[in-house]
Design a protein. Structure first.
Length: 172
């Protein structure tokens, strides 16, 4: 087995830089970093605007998105996904319930468990985030060459699929 040098300067087996069959994906990633920064900026701006407009903290917004994208999520699952203690997650859920962004629903399969569901108000906030994000991305994409737009879309769909992301329609 041959090895190749990674950005970290250590030897790893072929393909260890992330690509199959020895394909070094690091140069591709490096070339795309400015585009990733643009997308990151669009996401953070749309979330920040919604947070300010509705008095929602960043953690609460992440939890709201998690509940929307993982039907029947629980406080324990929020704890795991956000890498916080269960008590922290439960307090966050309490705040989301108090703000009428999520509701607790007794689990149909386990009477001791409460599942979380996004409320109408929570859905409206998420819809607003999605609309603002869409407006910003449409503005950027409209300035791209049509072939580049198609290639970008195909690549992003493939990336989401290999990452196991849920269908985007879940968020509204």
């Amino acid at each position: 087995m041959t090895t190749m040098w990674t950005e970290r300067g250590r030897e790893e087996p072929d393909g260890a830089a992330g690509g199959p069959e020895g394909v070094d994906v690091v140069p591709m990633l490096d070339a795309g970093v400015p585009g990733l920064w643009v997308l990151s900026s669009v996401l953070s701006t749309s979330l920040a605007d919604a947070r300010r407009g509705h008095g929602v903290t960043a953690g609460q917004m992440r939890s709201l998105i998690l509940v929307a994208s993982h039907p029947r999520a629980s406080a324990a699952e929020i704890s795991r996904h956000q890498n916080v203690t269960t008590s922290t997650a439960k307090r966050m859920v309490d705040r989301l319930v108090s703000a009428d962004l999520v509701s607790r629903v007794r689990s149909r399969t386990d009477r001791r468990r409460f599942d979380l569901a996004v409320t109408q108000r929570g859905r409206e906030i998420l819809d607003g985030v999605r609309a603002e994000r869409r407006r910003m991305v449409v503005d950027l994409l409209s300035r791209m060459d049509p072939e580049d737009r198609t290639a970008l879309t195909r690549g992003l769909v493939a990336l989401a699929a290999v990452a196991g992301e849920p269908d985007p329609s879940v968020l509204g």
